[in-house]
Design a protein around this ligand. Structure first.
Ligand code: HEM
Length: 162
């Protein structure tokens, strides 16, 4: 295994595999609340880039649901972080934000979708990742769509998996 590139040391707390400890909660004003499980994997090959996959599943049937993958980069000499994301729903997205300690706040910087993406269309996404003092990772996602202003969609906590 290559060493983590020094440019990514501020994000070393993310690297590895994370599994939801209890099911995450999904909400939005226009949908029926739901629960889901999710596995996150952050890895690297020695480049100043993290690779990630986020795979969500149905709690009971364990069927795959939402899936995202991409890359994470940091602007050298700054705390600026960029996520380059592809989602299985047909969305591609750049999110950018600031790293403060072990808290990462991201907002959509650019967004595009396949021509036949399901409606309503997402207009803006914001997320917060934070490593809690108890060692759990937490992700909160809010979004705005054609019909709704920015509202929470997801909240989930993860434990490091063995
Ligand atoms: C619904 C976007 C992640 C499960 C929706 C809707 C949008 C959306 C636009 C439709 C809302 C409406 O009808 O007004 C996103 C985005 C995500 C994301 C941008 C990531 C950044 C997830 C994840 C799950 C999930 C991780 C986990 C399983 C659902 C479910 C619904 C839904 C079950 C309601 C049923 C449906 O309309 O398909 N999401 N979602 N989403 N999302 Fe997400």
């Amino acid at each position: 295994h290559p060493e983590l590139n020094p440019a990514l040391l501020p994000l070393d707390w993310l690297v590895g595999t994370w599994e939801s400890d209890v099911p995450g909660k999904g909400v939005f004003p226009t949908i029926t609340p739901f629960r889901y499980t999710e596995t996150l994997h952050f890895s690297h090959v020695g480049q100043p880039i993290l690779n990630f996959t986020f795979n969500a599943f149905h709690v009971e049937s364990k069927m795959p649901l939402h899936r995202e993958c991409g890359f994470i980069r940091m602007q050298p000499e700054t705390n600026k972080v960029a996520f380059i994301i592809a989602q299985n729903s047909g969305l591609v997205e750049i999110e950018e934000g600031e790293l403060k300690g072990q808290q990462l706040n991201l907002q959509t910087h650019a967004l595009a979708r396949i021509s036949f993406a399901k409606e309503p269309h997402v207009k803006q996404i914001s997320r917060l990742f934070q490593l809690r003092p108890d060692g759990k990772l937490e992700q909160t996602v809010s979004m705005a769509t054609d019909n709704q202003s920015m509202m929470q969609h997801l909240h989930i906590t993860y434990c490091r998996s063995a």
